[in-house]
Design a protein around this ligand. Structure first.
Ligand SMILES: [Zn+2]
Length: 163
């Protein structure tokens, strides 16, 4: 009985541990690191959460969807808003799609330097508006004064870093 329940749950929401953390369709993970004046984000998202497939694209429509998703993810201003008062300038960003295994993940990195990091009080995620398949994002924060974990969802996509 217990085994049947587990199998049903996996069918509804497949979750697999990968090198990047948990791979769960409909979900994503976001690591937020603030150290000195440097803000780093690492977003890991299953292909199922973003484009709806987890392999190399098979036709023009899938190739276009993948190119659109990668271009959007590689431009962090398209999916996250930082407070202007923090004076953050983007230093680097990249978005990869790794289709080597049975499941495929987007691996997105972005880094900024901020002139007033203390004013980095909130981060507003606009990912949910961009990708309809995405339901929630687990954010892990590593801040100068604390570590924390939060779950963001559609309509509740603001990450509070400082009160
Ligand atoms: Zn998958």
């Amino acid at each position: 009985m217990k085994r049947v329940t587990a199998i049903l749950w996996l069918t509804l929401a497949p979750a697999f541990a990968t090198a990047h953390g948990v791979h769960e369709h409909g979900a994503a993970t976001l690591a937020v690191t603030l150290e000195g004046d440097r803000l780093e984000l690492a977003l890991g998202a299953p292909g199922a959460s973003i484009v709806g497939f987890e392999r190399a694209p098979r036709d023009d429509a899938e190739r276009a969807a993948l190119a659109r998703a990668q271009a959007l993810l590689a431009a962090p201003a398209q999916w996250i808003a930082l407070p202007a008062a923090a004076g953050c300038a983007l230093e680097s960003s990249a978005a990869d799609f790794d289709t080597a295994g049975e499941h495929a993940d987007f691996d997105v990195r972005a880094a900024w330097r901020c002139t007033a990091p203390a004013r980095l009080t909130t981060l507003d995620l606009t990912l949910f508006e961009r990708f309809a398949r995405l339901e929630r994002v687990t954010a892990n924060l590593v801040l100068p004064d604390r570590q924390d974990s939060r779950t963001l969802a559609r309509g509740a996509a603001r990450l509070v870093l400082a009160p």
